[in-house]
Design a protein around this ligand. Sequence first.
Ligand code: ZN
Ligand code: ZN
Length: 210
Amino acid sequence: MKYKIFNILPEFGTNTYLVWDEISKEAMIIDPANQSRVLLEAIKGLNLKYIVNTHGHGDHIGGNGFLKENTQAQLAIHELDAPMLTDPNKNLSIHWGANLICPEADIKLKGGDFLKLGENKIKVIHTPGHSRGGICLLIDDLLFCGDTLFAESIGRTDLPGGDYTTLIRSIREKLFVLSDNITAFPGHGPATKIGYEKVSNPFAGMRVER
Ligand SMILES: [Zn+2]
Ligand SMILES: [Zn+2]
């Protein structure tokens, strides 16, 4: 699998990821943070099959409508965060005047579901705690982990639907059981390794009192 990282919403520093299969040319965009022609350029020659939101916050969904208008892609989000797509209060974008009302989800995901790009299976891991319907996507040794886990940090838990204990449990029980060599690509900031975070993450790592 190939991937590319975009920063199309600099105010929030949200990472938007394009992931594609070289053989079939099937692609997905994870967290299109904003409307951007750059993304349309990037998917030229690819078949954009999915738009996936790791969760329903406004800084991760702002490009959903634009991509839906310009491609045939299906929009996927966890069922518990699906109501956030169409409600600027729930997706919080009312707070910065974007007032995002996205198209409704085509696919409502649950933990354990799989998406497919060519012959590649993408596993959906439900990791609540930052929001109720937060998910991570595992593709081979790549983990796209939204605002659940950051390099040496974790997602906020003070927003509606957030819960600290739940988030720590999600990270420890669903992510830290994965192989050490998996690279985690967060919703904000640089990539990191599961093995490193397992030991050194100051909130959920092994050095923290359990
Ligand atoms: Zn968020
Ligand atoms: Zn975010």
